[in-house]
Design a protein around this ligand. Sequence first.
Ligand code: SF4
Ligand code: FES
Length: 242
Amino acid sequence: MVTLTIDGREVQAEEGATILEVARDNNIYIPTLCYHEGIAPYGACRLCLVEIVTHGRERLVASCLYPTEEGLVVRTNSERIANHRKVLMELLLARSPGSPVIQDLARRLGVERTPFKLEDESCILCGLCVRACEEVVGVSAISLVNRGVNREVSAPFYETPDTCIGCGSCAYICPVGAIKLEDVGDTRTITMPNPKMPKTEFKLKKCKICGNYWAPEKQLDYIARQSDLPPEAFDICPNCRD
Ligand code: SF4
Ligand code: FES
């Protein structure tokens, strides 16, 4: 265990835990957009920046990435941090002015409007969908490509990737709902925020008992291959299995 100070409060932490994890464990609020506890942190949104003093030096670090250490002093809400978050929120508000998640977070951080030119993007380029697809699902169907203003979530040649199994992890994890997932009848449709990418349709499996369509056939085939289960193991939906 190590002892550190966050906003004047002395707290104990497991060695190696990040500042963000320790702050959350102690009910200290740090805003985040690209962090998810199930995925390795990446440091994309920079909203979680905090001020630290270590070995007499003061600097800003991403709390989702920075590991705690003995004697560390952390400030999560100094004027410098507030100004930094304000500019970041103004940029995010300009990028996605119609996003309720961004509007709510901006309000919480005291930002009502943006001086920057308005765009109409739903994706904030946090990279969570890409990391979930790679780390959790293990298929890496999408990636963040290009640099600067051309940065976008995409698949090779803007085509539907063969590797995509239609699981929808990307849509579930997206913090701003930029990826749309719709199940209608026997079809799941996934729409990425990148307008150059086509909508992708997946056939859903019908439960042999209740007749409900419950999961993409491609996803079930993938799980069967990964787990060595026979395809018949997925003939019945979870509700009818109990
Ligand atoms: S689509 Fe959503 S999860 Fe993916 S990078 Fe954009 S905002 Fe993040
Ligand atoms: S939550 Fe740390 S950089 Fe986004």
